[in-house]
Every structure is written in structure tokens, then in C-alpha cells.
Design a protein around this ligand. Structure first.
Ligand code: AMP
Length: 419
């Protein structure tokens, strides 16, 4: 019996790799231009980090974490998100003394034991960016602008929507929470079971419910932006003004929430209508209390996470097969020995070359060239060797020309330049 991969966990095959590489390239280029620097973080941490950072009562911590005891009996968890690790590292390495905001980004796999379906996996990948130590509304606007720029450079700007909201702060959210909970209790009979349960535990999360049966009640529910205190309303106005100044289009979604108490003020999400239920491509917001909650300084923080698989799904048509510039076909051992150093030289200059090892028939090698999709082959047999020549064959037309072996490397580099 063969062994298959774990449910909800996928291989990224070579045919898709070019899209993943492009995503990473664009993210690095955009983020570095905004002053963000890469931090590489471990994929597992002490369980208590996530329990504290994400909250004991959340779905992630209660139901979705891959938690295990290692051989020394310590409870460890495969990271279900990147932010907690990033803040742990920020605190551990005393990065709060650096000029603020401290701008960091990280990529990599995250692990959640969710029910797998299209666009939802148990191992998936996130790109995470965080700006730490500055609570100016322009930092929120800058983080959002950077996210929008990332999608724009991928050519996705017209296929996505940006939604923003303000969640208020410790001054105004508790009052809103009470008002919302009272309203939800009044309408409990018209809500799904999960919403009824959340009404007591975390009423803000009820606003997030996607079920059609809950819609009418939620559409009429008290709205966060209407209940902000003066300071939060002013802050939200400034974030919007900065976005407007940069010409960034958004809509205000009063039902956009983050479930945890340390999230304050700005929250945002990038969505698409093209992926069915899994419509969120990226989400983020301000979480000023979290660094202190993890034992660090009272530093502000804002950031986002992008779900890479979902972005790749949107770009699926754009995978580019990577082809060598030429297949070099020596006929026989002597030709192989003569060609190997030339091939090595051309590859060293970054040009992709495939090579036969001299033991297959010319016809078989030409078939292989067609399967590889290479446009040119180089053929050298004993007769060519004796004349210090090589034949370059253009595969589509079948046209052949002869070049001196001494010039072959330069010719191949030139072919690589055309490809
Ligand atoms: P979150 O950390 O839950 O805010 O998720 C951030 C982003 O990660 C979302 O906007 C999605 O694009 C992506 N994401 C979350 N959960 C999954 C999953 N199970 N599979 C694939 N992508 C996911």
C-alpha cells in the first residue's frame, strides 16, 4: 500500500511553483519598499503562546490547534497563525528599542484542524506583515495601502474589494457590546444556535455570521461605527482621510469584526466574489493590547495576514512552465566529455540547459526535446567532433545550422537571452 498525504494538506507541484514564486517576489518587493524587513520564525511554539495570544475561548484554540507533547513532555503547538510568533520574537529580542514603527514581515505554513474544502486547508500558507510601536492612524492607512499595492502588482486590483471598519476601544466598545447583546437576546428566537451561544460569550462575533437565517436580525442590529466614542470616531475619520488621499477605494462594512478584545479601532478585509464561501483573501487590523498581554511593552501594533492559497487560486491560469533554453545532445561518450564543460559554463551563467548523456538514439533525444518543449537542440556526434563543430537545430522548423564548438557557449547564452 502506498502512503498518501494527510487530509487537508497539499503538495505544491512544479507546475504551480512559478505562481507561488511570483507571489513571494511581489510581496518582498512591495513590502521592502514600504520599509518592512523579513523575519523568519519557527513553525512551532509553546502552546501557551497561542492560548494567550489568540484567546482560550476562540475556535482556533479550542478546536483547531495541532498540539502535542514532545519527548520531554512539553506541550507544543504547530502555529495556527504567524502574529503571535512574530510578537514573541519582537519581545524576546528587545526590538522595541528600534526606531518605530518596527516593520516586519514573515511567510510560511500555518496549521489549523478545520473541515477541509475548496479554499480551506489544514496546512496553508500566510504572508504576514506587522507595524509595531506606533498608533498613528497613518500607520493603519499605510498597512492597508501596502496590502492594496501587493494585489495591484499581481494584477488583481479589479477582482477584489476592500472593506474597513472601526471596532472602537476600551472606552466605547464595552457599551456597544452590552447594547448589541441586549438586542441579540431580544431576537434570540430568530438566530442560529451558534449565534445564540456567541451572544453571551462574544456578541461581536455574531455580527460575522454568514447564515441567511440570521441575516434579517443582523441587518437591523446596532452598528459599531454609530457607537464610537469621539476619539475613535476621529481616529476612524483620519484613517479614511489618509486612504482617500492615496486614492484607495474601500467600503465601510459595519459588520466586519475581529473576535478578540485586544483588537481596537481599525479592522479590514480583502475579499473576492470568485471563490465561493472562502471569500476572504486577507484580513487585518489594530491590536494595541497584544504585545503587553504577552509580557512586552505597552506598544501599539497593526498588521494583516494574506492567505496565499486563495491568491494562488485566483492566479491559477497564469502558471508559466519553465523550459530550458536548449537540449544538448551528445552522441556517444567522446561527445559527452567534450560538451559537459560547455554545458557547465552556460548553466553557470544562469541559462537553463538540459543535456542527454550520450547513450540514447538521436531520435529518442529529439522526442524528449519535444516533450520538454525546448525550442532548440544542439547535436554533436563523432563527425561534428572531428570538425570541432556543433549542429543547432530549431525544433519547430527543423532548420539546422552549424557553429564552431569554440563559440557554442556564447550561442547558447544568446538563445537563453531570447527565451
Ligand atoms: P485569519 O488568520 O483567520 O485572519 O486568516 C487570514 C487569511 O488566511 C484569510 O483571509 C484567508 O485568506 C487565509 N485562511 C484562513 N484560514 C484558512 C484555511 N483553513 N485554508 C486556507 N486559507 C485560510
Amino acid at each position: 500500500m502506498t502512503i498518501r498525504s494527510v487530509r487537508g494538506v497539499h503538495d505544491i507541484l512544479p507546475a504551480e511553483a512559478s505562481v507561488w514564486q511570483r507571489l513571494e517576489r511581489v510581496a518582498r518587493r512591495v513590502f521592502e519598499a514600504y520599509g518592512y524587513r523579513e523575519i523568519r520564525l519557527p513553525m512551532f511554539e509553546r502552546t501557551e503562546l497561542f492560548a494567550r495570544a489568540i484567546g482560550e475561548v476562540t475556535d482556533i484554540v479550542q478546536k483547531e490547534m495541532y498540539t502535542f507533547e514532545d519527548r520531554s513532555g512539553e506541550s507544543l503547538t504547530l502555529r495556527p497563525e504567524i502574529t503571535a510568533s512574530l510578537l514573541r520574537a519582537y519581545i524576546e529580542h528587545g526590538m522595541h528599542v528600534q526606531p518605530k514603527p518596527v516593520r516586519l514581515y514573515a511567510f510560511g505554513p500555518v496549521f489549523r484542524h478545520e473541515r477541509p474544502q475548496a479554499g480551506r486547508y489544514r496546512q496553508f500558507h500566510q504572508i504576514d506583515a506587522e507595524a509595531l510601536g506606533d498608533d498613528h492612524p497613518a500607520v493603519d492607512a499605510e498597512v492597508i495601502a501596502m496590502l492594496v499595492e501587493f494585489f495591484r502588482q499581481l494584477g488583481l486590483a479589479d477582482r477584489l474589494a476592500l472593506e474597513i471598519n472601526s471596532l472602537g476601544d476600551a472606552a466605547c466598545r464595552p457599551g456597544f457590546r452590552e447594547r448589541l447583546a441586549a438586542y441579540l437576546r431580544q431576537h434570540a428566537a430568530e438566530l442560529c444556535e451558534e449565534c445564540r451561544e456567541r451572544t453571551e460569550r462574544n456578541p461581536l462575533r455574531v455580527l460575522d455570521c454568514k447564515r441567511a437565517e440570521c441575516r434579517p436580525v443582523l441587518d437591523r442590529a446596532p452598528s459599531l461605527p454609530d457607537h464610537l466614542c469621539a476619539a475613535c470616531a476621529e481616529n476612524f475619520g483620519r484613517v479614511r482621510a489618509h486612504l482617500d488621499a492615496m486614492g484607495i477605494r474601500y467600503s465601510i462594512n459595519p459588520r466586519l469584526v475581529r473576535g478578540l478584545d485586544y483588537y481596537v479601532r481599525t479592522a479590514f478585509e480583502v475579499t473576492t466574489t470568485e471563490l465561493g464561501a472562502q471569500n476572504a483573501l486577507a484580513g487585518g487590523g489594530r491590536y494595541d493590547g497584544l504585545i503587553a498581554l504577552l509580557g512586552g511593552t505597552q506598544d501599539a501594533a497593526t498588521g494583516f495576514a494574506i492567505g496565499m492559497e486563495r491568491v494562488v487560486l485566483l492566479l491559477a491560469g497564469e502558471a508559466q512552465p519553465v523550459r530550458p533554453a536548449a537540449l544538448v545532445i551528445p552522441i556517444g561518450e567522446r561527445a559527452l566529455e567534450r560538451l559537459l564543460p560547455i554545458v557547465r559554463d552556460v548553466r553557470a551563467r544562469g541559462v537553463g540547459i538540459d543535456v542527454g548523456y550520450g547513450d540514447r538514439k538521436l531520435r529518442a533525444e529529439l522526442q524528449r526535446a519535444n516533450k520538454l518543449g525546448v525550442e532548440h537542440t544542439v547535436i554533436v556526434g563523432d563527425a561534428e567532433l572531428d570538425r570541432e563543430e556543433a549542429i543547432i537545430r530549431e525544433m519547430k522548423s527543423g532548420q539546422q545550422r552549424t557553429v564552431p564548438l569554440a563559440a557554442l557557449a556564447a550561442d547558447l547564452v544568446a538563445l537563453g537571452g531570447q527565451a
